[in-house]
Write a protein that binds this ligand. Sequence first.
Ligand SMILES: [Zn+2]
Ligand SMILES: [Zn+2]
Length: 343
Amino acid sequence: MIQSALSTDLISFDTLPAASQSKPSPQTYLDNRVTKSQRENKRTRSQRARERLQTKEHLARLAVGLGEVELADKLQRCHSRLSVLTCGRHIARIIPNFTCEFRLCPDCGRRRSRKLQNKYLPAMRGFMLHHKVTPVHLVLTQTHRKENRKQSAKRIKDSFTRLQRRGFWKEYLKGGTWSLEFTKDKNGLHHTHLHIIGFRRKFFDIELLRDEWLAATGDSHVLNLKPIKDIAAGLREVVKYVSKPLDIRRFGADDLREFLGLKNMRMFGTFGEFRDFCKGFELSDNNDAMFELESLARDLVEGCACPQCNEPLFDLRMSGKELPQFYEQTESSPPGKVRRSSH
Ligand SMILES: [Zn+2]
Ligand SMILES: [Zn+2]
């Protein structure tokens, strides 16, 4: 089914103030993969936009090869025409003509990850205040076996279920969120990790947690645990794996075929008391800055003042392929009357 509804819920992150885009400190994460995504953060917007285009072209080619013509067509139309609300130097909002909603589409993934952040960040802040718990980022890994992606994901999720039933876990952790990350090594072995934001009731010895994970998996004690200082940054870090479950540029036709078979696998979820808290949490109860900004961007139209420099915004129509170049122009234009510095 083909639809060309004008999606209005894609709002560029460029309207967020610099403070809320602050990167997690290098010590926050130990893990290679996380370091990799920190490097990705350092790339310019134009570079990232160009990579998204390349990823989509690569996926569309693979889809054609598999005879998935409809998918290829959707990917090619997704974000192919854009309405860009800009002052010339900043981009306040991007509205695409069409969104494919394919799980591996990097443009749709960005929107999905923003939605998750808007949904869960206020709830996380509310939960932390209410229960006086502190957030940690826990990465759980498992031993490598010859198995497909689905088996690998099921194995780690089952282990996590067993972990949650253990007394230790219940005593120290009050729930949180989980997300799946898939990687594949040179030998074609799947590595599946669980990224968990856990709300800790009290401190515990990491060695005890390793023992617990070993008991739950039967053969793995490898994990990383780090406190999260900024919950917004921590959440952004873990939802990244939802928008980017794997390195698609190294993706072959077999990988795509396998991924298409995963269709309904959940990649993100909540657990424990946080899960129940989210059910009862009213979005209107919060006055979260990010949510407000998002609503603000939603209301922006041509003629409004640019949130970053107050110059009037105008609507620029362009093709998706022109966006990286437009980002380049905005990156190289001299800084305008950027909003008053906070220090
Ligand atoms: Zn898409
Ligand atoms: Zn501006």
